[in-house]
Design a protein around this ligand. Sequence first.
Ligand code: DOR
Ligand code: ZN
Length: 356
Amino acid sequence: MLKLPGLIDPHVHVREPGQTHKENWDTVTQSALAGGVTMLLAMPNTKPPIFDNSTLGMALSAAKSKARCDYAQFIGAGPDNAEAVASIASRSAGLKMYLDSTFGELRLDDMSLWMPHFANFPKDLPIVLHSESRTMAAGILFAAIYDRPVHIAHISLKEEVLLIKAAKERGIKVTCEVCPHHLFLTQDPTGFGNLLGLTPGRKEVRPRLATQKDVDALWENLDVIDCFATDHAPHTLAEKDSENPPPGFPGVETLLPLLLTAVDLRRLTLNDLIQKSVLNPRKIFNLPEQPETWVEVDENAEYEIKASDLHSRCGWSPFEGWKVKGRVTRVVLRGREAFKDGKILVEQGYGKNVRQ
Ligand code: DOR
Ligand code: ZN
């Protein structure tokens, strides 16, 4: 039996308020616990988006009554809410800025709309950027100009990891995360993890799956990457197989088995796993330690990932049928047995808002 600290997933789409047919605070936190994740940071692109005091209140009250693991909620940057979000920053996980197109309404194109956020948001919390490729370079320039921390969400490209490396070497306050799907899946039709069996809609995700060259560069530069984050983005199969498939993969429950399998294959050390899934997210997002909290793993258990075993409401996984090694057998959260042998044992509402 292997004992790990509870994992932190800093990038989760909970879908509540507004799209609870995809997921809600109950189902997503069950999925988290079953995957060894004891704390998650929720993204603000809900319906309505979380962008001021009243919408933050909506998300937090749903979370308070339903969450089974600990959490904090991001607020979203809009065209005219820089002062409003700065004033409620201490109750948030941080500020999320959508600078490239993806799911939801929050998106800021004009750089003059970025400026008041960079000027006003407290510097003890990072601004998290959805910024790809050259937009990411612009985001790093903003971090340098305003001398404040930014965290780049879900990097996927070789050029991104190389630029972040160079920026860190110059002392710019930039950190970043990578998702399992950008480490294990590629767009190449012949490569390992090519998703050949999936319909086109099920392959849609932002940032898109990249080439083998990009994936190799992420693995080669793992020391530049601060965190693992799932970007757990549940959409139903009916939506994924529709004419207009929304981008996103569920992932919070498959993160740890995939990473443990990489450890088994010597692509990653256990120390890297703990650093990037617990210690670095805690430091970057200024999160409290969870006392009496741990995850027990049977490192030798080999099994296939099956969506029917997962707790997310969305009912599918891009990793369906993947053989993994390492099963979460028991999770203790703040002194209580929260998960054991496939069963969730804490009730809705046990989860704590770590910003309270
Ligand atoms: O694929 C994605 N889905 N990327 C994002 O940035 C958003 C997410 C979602 O909310 O569905
Ligand atoms: Zn996301």
